[in-house]
Design a protein around this ligand. Structure first.
Ligand SMILES: [Zn+2]
Length: 134
């Protein structure tokens, strides 16, 4: 499945375009167990470990992994339909860029952004035909 996307081995930021075909209740007590509606979402993160973006995004694309991060609940129950890799990029800049687009929302405050001082969330709800490269 990784072959479907162009993944850089450099460190940097990435965006996942995810699709949930049914509502998903997130079993995250700290976020008050919110329910995400069926639809499309964009999650932005960064990868600075060994293997860079390819290793981190490859993990997101695999099913059956231990749920370690908030986004693992979405990648396990939903489908990753597109990936954008930005070598040396910042996930917060990606969130700001996508956040300015039409019909984009912030469904869960604090999602994926526990360590972030800049963003309300690293998960956005987006329209169906959303284009990560627009
Ligand atoms: Zn941020």
């Amino acid at each position: 499945m990784n072959d479907a996307f162009e993944l850089s081995k450099r460190p940097g930021a990435y965006a996942l375009l995810l699709h949930l075909s049914r509502p998903l209740r997130l079993p995250i007590a700290r976020l008050r167990r919110p329910t995400l509606a069926a639809g499309h979402y964009v999650y932005c993160g960064s990868a600075h470990g060994p293997g860079g973006l390819a290793a981190r995004v490859g993990r997101h694309l695999r099913h059956g992994k231990t749920r370690r991060w908030h986004v693992d609940h979405l990648t396990e129950r939903g489908e990753v339909v597109d990936v954008l890799c930005v070598p040396d990029g910042s996930e917060c800049e990606l969130i700001r860029r996508f956040g300015r687009m039409a019909a984009v929302g912030e469904p869960v405050a604090g999602f994926g952004s526990s360590d972030c001082q800049q963003c309300t969330t690293h998960l956005l709800s987006v329209p169906a035909a959303f284009d990560l490269t627009a």
